[in-house]
Design a protein around this ligand. Sequence first.
Ligand SMILES: NC(=O)c1ccc[n+]([C@@H]2O[C@H](COP(=O)([O-])OP(=O)(O)OC[C@H]3O[C@@H](n4cnc5c(N)ncnc54)[C@H](OP(=O)(O)O)[C@@H]3O)[C@@H](O)[C@H]2O)c1
Length: 334
Amino acid sequence: MLAPATRNALTPPAAPPADKHPSERGDSARSARAESNATDRPAPAERDATDRTVPAERDVSDRTVHAEQDATDPTAHAERSVADRPACAESAAGEIAGGDNTAVTPRARPYVVLSCAMSLDGYLDDATDERLVLSNNEDLDRVDAMRAGCDAILVGANTIRRDNPRLLVRAQARREQRAENGLSPQPAKVAIFGHGDVDPESRFFTDGDTDKIVYCATKTAGRNRTRLGDRAEVVDGGEPVDLELALEDLAARGVGRLLVEGGSTVHTMFLTAGLVDELHLVVAPFFVGDGRAPRFVGDGQFPWHRGNRATMVDVRRMDDVVLLRYALSDRFEA
Ligand SMILES: NC(=O)c1ccc[n+]([C@@H]2O[C@H](COP(=O)([O-])OP(=O)(O)OC[C@H]3O[C@@H](n4cnc5c(N)ncnc54)[C@H](OP(=O)(O)O)[C@@H]3O)[C@@H](O)[C@H]2O)c1
């Protein structure tokens, strides 16, 4: 379980002096990483036969994180703290002086791995209601291992609406290994909501006895909190949700490694903001050829362009798909 929340609305840190360069404010410590692969997306109905064979982990009655958590007493949930886990050891270095001479801790954020599968022409999905299988069994197992190695998995609201993913570690041996390491058998689940209105019975919320955190736009935070009840903790993430603050909040909860699993809007936001440390891109051997379908990313100004090429660190063939792995920050962990 993650460390307790200490607030249910994200607030930016104290402003630095106007004459300070961003690098002196610790902003340069921000880099990104992410890894994810939502290739196992089951359809809202029954998109993934494999999922159907796994007993649903629906018992959430003993979850301690919920919307009404006492934010004033961080010790109240001390038994859930994972702050001392090796996987969560990352944090920003030292403290610097703020504008009012108080100490301002530079922003910390998890190591972010972004992982997805796309067609040869760069689509994450097609425009039909049927499940588009981009990955294969070998790759799904790789993704399962990646999930088991992270503290939390993040997706956008529309991926939940469209794919209804469980976002769980499937292999029992991997869950047991996590438990042996003192971790929750399942990583936490994290979502980003704008208007929200996601079905509270979605498997994101109902499956898996693990923390579920929703960073929600300010305007709809109250409504979504009411709608979701104790299915998830809804955090007011700003208008729109401030990803850097959300990552900072996750780090404070003990998330050292975050897997971002789509979809297109979320990829674009994380990548353009330079918040990804590692990219895992699986390419499936076929075309979608339909401009109505979502692409890997939308338009935007990315830190990697013809004048700043990303560093490729691995290429792996897995049957008929290929995994391309890129280091996108100087925090890359080989
Ligand atoms: N092939 C793969 O590996 C893979 C993986 C994942 C998903 N997918 C596909 O990707 C598609 C979904 O992608 P998508 O781009 O439509 O949706 P998405 O990225 O999953 O979610 C986008 C939504 O997230 C919310 N959001 C994102 N950033 C926000 C911010 N800063 N502030 C407030 N809200 C924010 C908004 O929610 P609201 O809608 O509530 O306003 C927005 O509409 C699906 O077709 C899915 O199958 C494929």
